[in-house]
Design a protein around this ligand. Sequence first.
Ligand code: SAM
Ligand code: SF4
Length: 455
Amino acid sequence: MSDAAQSAQTPPTQVCISRKPGGSDALGSPFPSGEAKTACIRTFGCQMNVHDSDRMRRMILDAGYAEVHSYEEADLVILNTCYVRENAVDRVRGHLGELSHLKRKGRLKKVALTGCIGSSDESRDLQHQYGIDLVLGTHNTYELAEFVGLPTMRETYTPDLPGMEGEHSAFVTIMTGCNYQCSYCVVPSVRGRMICRPLDNVVEEVEGLVRSGTGYVTLLGQTVDAWRHEGKRFCDLLEQVANVAPRVWFTTSHPSNMEDRTLRLIGEKGTIVKRLHLPVQSGSDRMLRVMHRGYKAERYRRKIEVFREAVPDGTLSTDIIVGHPGESEEDHEQTLKLVNDCAFDSAYIFKFSPRGGTEAAGLGGTVPPEVVQRRFLEVLRAVEHNAFTRNQRKVGSVEDVYVRHGSTEDGKAIGETWSGHAVHVRADVARPGDYVRVRIDAAGPHVLYAGEPIA
Ligand code: SAM
Ligand code: SF4
């Protein structure tokens, strides 16, 4: 069993690109005229990283690359990485080993390491150990432009580079960094303090995306609901975006910043997907204090009551950490109670992973691995039990499903209802970006299963 589980799995992301013939760049040796050049971006971690990869993809495409689908075919490989848990670094080490082997055999020319590991102190050792050619943190991703032969770019506080226009769905970063100091978390040290983008700038980008054919906009930030700028707050921004985009979602929210009026807006506005991701981390006030989360379990429960009342058909997901240093059996029981009280529709459950430089890494009270494993399974079972019960209520309902991804292994496309439920639909009836009206035939703990489309 891995050390993280979620009740709705997200596939790993890979963006691969290649270059048109000719030209030279900063990769050391110019490519002989007429020779195609290829690149592959592999993305690890959260949607912020997926979005950063989109931006790097844009630079690479502008530099004239074209697509390949494996490391073996690539001249340049970019690993855009996550640093949140130890196993994320271990995974990247595995990829770096494979890449340095390909380089030694002369199959691959350059490797770039970007993202949160690139921002960490550990990146220097990795660069040395694996002979990485370029290391970029989350704040200087734009330097990739020069590396691939584009004019030098200047990036100030916010991504000036838009994501991919013309895609059916797009991420829009509205804030970067984080002002919290949760005991276990590396994000503030690798992504810096919170910086919010001006509202007009965000709305302009969304309008441009919509004009180019984007039907689904996801607003991104580590604490997206903490966004504020010139007297405006997140709810104001969400409303304006929901006025111009056909479909909107946002992630990730922090319970201390979530305003009741935002929860009500989700219920009122037809273009907002009725799904709230609100990480709670623990149901124990004692642990929430140790973690420096800034709220008590009761306050979280009240937020959920407001959400359930304002958005009766909505879905609710969360993040939970089990086995944080000092977590007692009683703390764990309180987490299980909160899981049952809130009846989450899904949850990302993480085993605590000590991260260098965080407060929790130096705390005593380590929870033995076998205890962590048992607690992990107990939380997982509780989440799945609630999710299954709630999903069963959807059987028989007629839903307009937005198709998000193409075919799964068993020939199903993955879509989303307006209530935020994941649905498997027949892949041959709609393409990503289309809506299809279906009746829900069956439900599992993680997904709903659609019947034939309804005309
Ligand atoms: N900003 C979000 C928030 O405040 O909830 C979360 C961002 S973090 C990248 C995503 C999730 O990873 C967290 O909600 C937490 O559950 C988990 N996480 C972060 N650091 C962790 C650690 N050291 N060990 C285990 N899980 C961790
Ligand atoms: Fe990390 Fe806490 Fe900031 Fe979320 S709010 S990114 S968990 S420090």
